[in-house]
Write a protein that binds this ligand. Structure first.
Ligand code: ATP
Ligand code: MG
Length: 419
């Protein structure tokens, strides 16, 4: 039968507690005066007691969203579950007070240290332990409110061609996040924020979703256009609130498309000052989270504020360019397989679709399929699309890219790319 209870630690408990701290050893990273002051200040402190006896106690001090464990001690018979129940109450208390990270230190080999592992604390050499907390309401609820969603498996693999871009993103971004232990062993810090830049329709959004799909992290999108609806005053506040909520989500890819709308050079757009400044301020604290990745996409990297693209905020600035011939062939093949069982000369499509983006190819492929469909329904022709349908569709499609846009993009790579 359970004979102990967990309750708040008050000043009256100090005498008994001091006895426990003595018997638990001399390790005291924070002076007793700090511990006493925290209890008097009504900082989160809990103890487990059985009658007159104190089985364990924990005293913390909150600093913003971060709590430090000033003392954590249990008597020898910690296997009775009282230590765990005490930590449970503490974590709830901290979460309710808005804390999202708990850090503490214990002597190497301390009995509690091993148990902390089971409480979701991460510890290196068992000297330093730390845990991120979900605030109430919990992360899943917030994720739902933010419109977060799980991207279907396999999206990354279905991205045709674009091998250069895929390899770069796979190695620099996905692998360190997917294998943090191996990254740490090599002193590699996983990235927290990247910019994808390139002409419209080249696949930036699709790549960002693909990263979420590969990591199996939820995908949350911030729409700059929705912020604008808040009016000038409200934009910065709305942005701040969005990031506050994201901070409560355990792991996710946050995507901001057309980031130039909120991060354009401040001298050029005096009215968006506030929101640009706010975003600049928010990124460093976003970077403190472990399993979070911010992906910003832009068609116009040169219009971004210099402070925004300076090293320190973004780990990488990665170009997502127009598909080359190999990529166009791969993308065409993907559509042909879905649309027809007739032979199609892919090389001819590749040759005639220079300056097409993946979005243009998507459009032209749909058009080819529509031709064949209409022929089937209206003229009772059974055959599916043939090469000529594709070539006609290509001729009817205006490519999004121009030679000068491709040149500008090359210049942007020289001036901005950081991989
Ligand atoms: N590698 C690819 N293989 C097949 N389809 C692709 C590929 N890349 C993009 N697409 C398709 O092309 C279209 C445009 O892609 P996406 O919206 O990701 O481009 P974007 O760069 O974000 O465009 P924008 O700059 O206009 O936001 C989508 O329909 C997408 O499915
Ligand atoms: Mg996009």
């Amino acid at each position: 039968m359970r004979t102990w209870t967990v309750r708040r630690f008050s000043e009256r408990d100090l005498d008994v507690a001091v006895g426990l701290w003595r018997s638990a050893g001399e390790h005291a990273p924070f002076p007793l005066a700090d511990v006493v002051a925290a209890i008097r200040d009504d900082q989160p402190a809990w103890c487990a007691v059985e009658g007159e006896q104190m089985l364990g106690n924990v005293v913390t001090r909150i600093d913003g969203r971060h709590a430090w464990v000033l003392r954590l001690a249990t008597a020898d018979h910690s296997a009775d579950g009282s230590g765990g129940a005490m930590l449970d109450r503490l974590l709830t208390d901290l979460a309710e007070r808005g804390v999202r990270r708990v850090t503490g230190m214990l002597p190497d080999g301390d009995a509690i240290a091993a148990a902390l592992d089971g409480w979701g604390f991460r510890s290196d050499q068992v000297l330093h332990f730390e845990r991120h907390l979900d605030r109430a309401p919990d992360g899943r609820e917030i994720l739902r409110r933010l419109g977060g969603r799980i991207v279907e498996d396999g999206l990354w693999d279905s991205l045709a061609g674009m091998e250069r871009e895929k390899t770069l993103i796979e190695r620099r971004v996905i692998l360190p996040l997917a294998q943090p232990d191996e990254a740490a062993r090599h002193g590699v810090r996983p990235p927290h924020a990247v910019v994808l830049f390139g002409p419209p329709g080249t696949g930036k959004t699709t790549f960002a979703k693909g990263v979420a799909s590969r990591l199996r992290w939820p995908f949350v999108e911030l729409f700059p256009s929705r912020l604008s609806a808040e009016g000038l005053e409200g934009q910065a506040a709305a942005l701040r609130e969005f990031f506050e909520q994201v901070a409560a989500v355990e792991r996710c890819v946050v995507f901001i498309d057309e980031v130039e709308e909120i991060a354009a050079a401040r001298d050029g757009r005096p009215y968006s000052h506030g929101v640009t400044n706010e975003l600049l301020k928010l990124i460093p604290s976003f970077r403190e989270g472990t399993e979070r990745l911010l992906v910003c996409a832009t068609n116009s990297i040169r219009s971004l504020d210099h402070a925004f693209v300076r090293p320190g905020r973004f780990d990488y600035l990665l170009p997502v360019g127009p598909p080359d011939e190999v990529a166009r062939a791969a993308i065409w093949r993907g559509y042909i397989d879905r649309i027809t069982d007739r032979p199609v000369d892919v090389d001819a499509l590749v040759r005639t679709s220079a300056l097409f983006t993946p979005a243009d190819i998507d459009f032209a492929a749909r058009k080819a399929a529509q031709h064949a469909f209409e022929r089937g329904v209206l003229e009772h022709e059974e055959g599916r699309a043939v090469g000529a349908d594709f070539l006609t569709a290509i001729a009817d499609t205006r490519p999004s890219l121009t030679k000068s846009a491709v040149r500008d993009f090359q210049e942007d790579i020289d001036d901005y790319a950081r991989a």
